[in-house]
Design a protein around this ligand. Structure first.
Ligand SMILES: [Zn+2]
Ligand SMILES: [Zn+2]
Length: 346
């Protein structure tokens, strides 16, 4: 009882500070500078569930009886504020962080959390994607070095061959580096059972990336979708990392089946949503995908399809094209998907 009272006082003070901070950040550019441009806000979803927002990103905070769990953790810049904000919601420690997929705006803070005593958990594929991303940078540096050397050594075949052998070795070495923090890996489905909640974690077939997971909080009836839902904006589909528009649409079908009319959906980006929001998002994807595909099958070039504003006009008017993915990039992605599905004879 005493503990609850203390917590209540704490929350009241925290909420008051929070709204004060929000006013400050919104009204003065000086305070923007003070917080290094980072402003993390905490909002309540249900009794034991909160969500944090930073830019358009959402992080879900589950307050368990003994410890707190985060779903995603923003990028490296916002992680300290996010951990601070999540820590203030309960007297219990933040113990686990589950990544929904590998993108840096969701996992960039992993190392910070890990160094702060939080165990990072992710799907096997997500781990491998984070690892590939980290090593790709290293590889780029080596390739750049190689190009410069080749330019210098033009005409000196022996030296070039020796250097190439060295590079091959380095490339392999670079790709065998470990991540700078430990991670707890899981497979396609697993559950976390608590006294008042059971959380189901599910891997979806290559949709936004090859490693997307969603989390359903059974008792609270809350679904965290990660980037399988960019509420109100065109989605980003990471084609280089196994993303695919057909699977993305199929994933939304699966998600809709997990929901009822009371389910609160926390998208990876954008405001909270309902099942019917999710369904109309899926219809938007289907409508635009079919429109682009039809134009493609009529023999139109990408430039001609981009010029056909009718396909996206209705959604552009609602602001779908002014998020991370602009209309042009979204339509181009749909066009590439149509090319893949119906290759033109050359
Ligand atoms: Zn993403
Ligand atoms: Zn994202």
């Amino acid at each position: 009882m005493k503990k609850q009272h203390l917590l209540l006082c704490f929350l009241v003070i925290f909420t008051a500070n929070l709204s004060h901070a929000q006013e400050k950040t919104e009204s003065s550019s000086d305070s923007q500078k003070e917080s290094n441009g980072v402003f993390v806000a905490a909002k309540k979803i249900k009794d034991s569930l909160y969500y944090l927002t930073y830019r358009t990103n959402n992080v879900v905070v589950f307050l368990g009886r003994d410890y707190t769990i985060l779903i995603d953790g923003f990028d490296a810049k916002a992680a300290p504020q996010a951990l601070n904000a999540a820590g203030r919601l309960s007297l219990n420690p933040v113990r686990f962080l589950v990544n929904t997929h590998h993108h840096k705006d969701h996992t960039g803070g992993n190392e910070y959390y890990s160094n702060s005593g939080v165990t990072v958990m992710c799907h096997r594929q997500t781990y491998s994607n984070i690892w590939n991303d980290a090593n790709a940078q290293e590889l780029e540096k080596i390739k750049d070095l190689k190009q410069r050397f080749i330019a210098q050594q033009k005409g000196q075949a022996k030296e070039s061959a020796e250097f190439n052998a060295k590079i091959e070795k380095l490339q392999k070495g670079g790709l065998e580096q470990d991540l700078s923090y430990p991670a707890f890996l899981f497979g396609d489905e697993f559950s976390m059972n608590f006294v008042n909640e059971s959380i189901e974690v599910k891997h979806m077939r290559a949709a936004h990336t090859s490693g997307d997971v969603v989390m359903y909080f059974k008792n609270n009836n809350v679904l965290a979708t990660g980037d399988l839902f960019f509420n109100g904006k065109y989605p980003y589909i990471d084609e280089d990392m196994g993303g695919n528009i057909d699977n993305y649409i199929a994933a939304l079908d699966t998600l809709a089946k997990m929901c009822n009319n009371d389910t609160v959906i926390v998208p990876g980006h954008g405001p909270l949503a309902s099942k019917s929001d999710l369904e109309s998002y899926k219809r938007m994807l289907e409508y635009t995908q079919k429109g682009v595909q039809m134009d493609y099958l009529l023999g139109k070039s990408l430039e001609e399809v981009l010029a056909n504003k009718a396909i996206t006009a209705n959604f552009d008017a609602q602001g779908y094209g002014n998020g991370y993915v602009k209309t042009q990039d979204y339509v181009s992605m749909l066009y590439r998907a149509a090319e893949k599905r119906y290759p033109r004879k050359k």
